[in-house]
Design a protein around this ligand. Structure first.
Ligand code: 1HE
Length: 261
């Protein structure tokens, strides 16, 4: 899993968990065009290199300040330039959401604009006490272009997203969990994200592939087609070799039982 990119740091662990770290802290990890290309490269390669789970984290005090506003301002982009750039953002975030490898985002500080679009392409979001979420696009005279109309609306609902974009409303602390922006709120989001990634990495890769791609695909289908696709996916996953020993242990009474704690 050795490859070098400029604005991300890729750190493989022995257990198959890989840390992908946004590494532009001086710019609050703002997403310039180059970083988007690197996200595409990294999330294209990692599944095929055998990553079992990914922790997406960041250097510095802030997870991500969104679109690189300075680059955007100085490049004087035309509508078609920005449309093509958005397609690259979508490519990167679709690779994450549909890539079949669990991605756990360890959040802190600002998770705003395109930073929230990036976080919402992960499968699980863990926040710490410093984390806050916002969509300041309206105030900047912009609109979301990295999939927020799909993924953030999915997390918080249309009305909350519109409110965030119109008024700059910031969500933090327990309220952020209550509205669905994060699933966990802990003191140390990095440690918790690593723990969750290690837990997920113990599932058979084929099960994780289905969990981290099929559910998203099925949401794009009619109920009838989704039910059909579910039966096909379950047919493959639920008869896999890797589940044999687990089911054998359950049948013999030696497997862990599901308990509330
Ligand atoms: C940046 C960016 C950026 C910081 N693009 N350079 N996103 C926003 O509207 C959020 C804009 N950023 C902020 O509100 C603040 O920077 C933070 C709250 C994230 C952090 O504040 P702070 O006080 O720690 O840092 P700072 O002094 O504001 O910024 C430090 C440096 O990072 C500074 O550069 P320097 O060279 O002057 O030191 C900033 O210019 C730089 N920086 N954020 C470029 N976003 C696909 S469409 C998506 C549309 C959007 O994402 S809109 C939301 C954009």
């Amino acid at each position: 899993m050795d490859f070098t990119v400029e604005n991300l740091t890729v750190t493989p662990h022995d257990d198959g968990v890989v840390e992908v770290t946004l590494s532009r802290p001086a710019k609050r990890n703002a997403l310039n065009a180059e970083t988007i290309e690197e996200l595409i490269e990294v999330f294209s390669k990692l599944p095929r290199l055998g990553a079992r789970a990914v922790v997406l984290n960041a250097q510095g005090d802030h997870f991500c300040a969104g679109l690189d506003l300075v680059e955007h301002h100085t490049e004087k982009r035309r509508p078609e330039d920005f449309m093509h750039l958005c397609l690259r953002w979508h490519e990167a975030f679709n690779k994450m959401e549909y890539g079949g490898v669990p991605i756990i985002a360890a959040l802190k500080g600002a998770v705003v604009g395109g930073g929230l679009e990036l976080a919402s392409a992960a499968h699980v979001r863990v926040m710490d006490p410093t984390t806050y979420f916002a969509l300041p696009e309206g105030q900047r005279g912009l609109f979301t272009g990295g999939g927020a109309t799909i993924r953030v609306a999915d997390l918080v609902g249309k009305a909350r997203m519109i409110d965030m974009m119109l008024t700059g409303r910031v969500y933090k602390e327990d309220e952020a969990v209550q509205v669905g922006l994060a699933q966990y709120r802990v003191q140390d989001s990095q440690t918790k994200a690593l723990e969750l990634a290690r837990t997920a990495a113990q599932n058979p890769p084929l099960s994780n592939f289905a969990i981290c791609s099929a559910i998203s695909h099925m949401q794009n289908m009619s109920a009838l087609d989704a039910a059909y696709a579910e039966s096909v996916v379950a047919g493959i996953v639920n008869t896999q070799e890797a589940s044999h020993d687990r089911l054998d242990a359950f049948a013999k009474g030696t497997a862990a039982r599901v308990r509330p704690d």
